[in-house]
Write a protein that binds this ligand. Structure first.
Ligand code: HEC
Length: 294
């Protein structure tokens, strides 16, 4: 009996030591995505314009990194707040901590090198080396063509500087450990020729189908919203009106790009939504307190 007790104690001690070693490794050695790339972006006006389009309408950077008016349908960005930051993704919304979208204007990113901004967007590692929570969809952005990322950075450099000190994000245990294991160095993708509409649409859809990642508080005050979600994404309930598209439909729709008419009442995510998709939306369960746009 004594020997068994001794054995169990030794085993427990080993397990505790291993856990401490693993925790120390995760805290001190991770994230490890390497140093920021050395790049100096010199963009043409056309590239900056492309970055503006991607950041505002496709990769939706500005949806999360600006002030939104949720009293209006689809919560449009308040004019003049582009990139200001401050939106919270909070415990009360079900997040494992409080996360605040940073200020992306030159008032905050102005002193960062292009490579530091590039690394943050594509790997989820901030300038000082700390890991970002993946509500900031860096895993998706890692699949983007480096040229598209550079166009976005060039656009960010043109934003009006807005002084706005955003609170520091904080993770609860165990996310405070797990978060360090999430950043990864991506390979980057390749932008297909826009003339190949399906391939181009599919490429765009890999980082465009992000609205799902936005937080439930977006629904709190707004009676109607239009959300687009590919069928392979998961959702427990659906903000109204919820439009469920297959990945291919989404790719095709996005492949036709921004020339499409906007949703009624929405100045964002310009999509053409056939009646059939509204019908599908109507048959899906809604989040509590939601009603369908008719
Ligand atoms: C779904 C919301 C969302 C979208 C979309 C989004 N971000 Fe973020 N972003 C965040 C949040 C939240 C943080 C803070 C995460 C944290 O502190 O852990 C963040 C952090 C960042 C940071 C790090 C800043 C710093 O000081 O560490 C940069 C840079 C950034 N985002 C740029 C972008 C760009 C560029 C895009 C579009 C290509 C984008 N984000 C899209 C929510 C988002």
């Amino acid at each position: 009996m004594k020997r068994l007790f001794k054995l169990v104690s030794i085993l427990l001690a080993v397990v505790v030591l291993l856990l401490i070693a693993a925790g120390t490794y995760v805290k001190l050695a991770l994230p490890n995505v390497g140093t920021p790339p050395v790049i100096a972006i010199r963009a043409t006006p056309a590239q900056i314009e492309h970055g503006r389009y991607l950041a505002n309408h496709v990769a939706n950077c500005m949806d999360c990194h600006s002030t939104r008016d949720f009293s209006k349908r689809a919560g449009p960005v308040v004019a003049g707040t582009q990139g200001k930051g401050g939106e919270g993704f909070l415990r009360e919304d079900g997040f494992p901590g409080n996360y605040y979208a940073h200020n992306l204007t030159p008032a905050h990113l102005g002193s960062w090198s292009d490579g530091e901004v590039y690394r943050a967007i594509t790997t989820g590692v901030s300038r000082d080396g700390h890991a970002l929570f993946p509500v900031m969809p860096y895993e998706k952005f890692a699949t983007m063509d480096p040229e598209d990322i550079k166009d976005i950075i060039a656009y960010l450099r043109t934003l009006k500087p807005i002084e706005n000190d955003v609170p520091a994000s904080e993770s609860d245990f165990p996310m405070s450990f797990i978060i360090n294991t999430i950043p990864a160095k991506g390979e980057g993708g390749q932008r297909p020729a826009p003339s190949d509409r399906i391939a181009y649409g599919r490429y765009i859809a890999t980082f465009a189908s992000l609205l799902r990642a936005t937080h439930p508080s977006m629904n709190r005050d707004s009676p109607c919203q239009a959300w687009i979600l590919p069928e392979d994404a998961s959702s427990q309930c659906q903000p109204a009106p919820f439009v469920r598209l297959t990945s291919l439909q989404l790719s095709q729709a996005l492949g036709r790009g921004h020339a499409m008419p906007s949703l009624p009442g929405s100045d964002r995510m310009p999509m053409e939504l056939p009646n059939q998709q509204f019908a599908t939306a109507k048959s899906t369960p809604l989040c509590p307190g939601q009603r369908l746009l008719t």
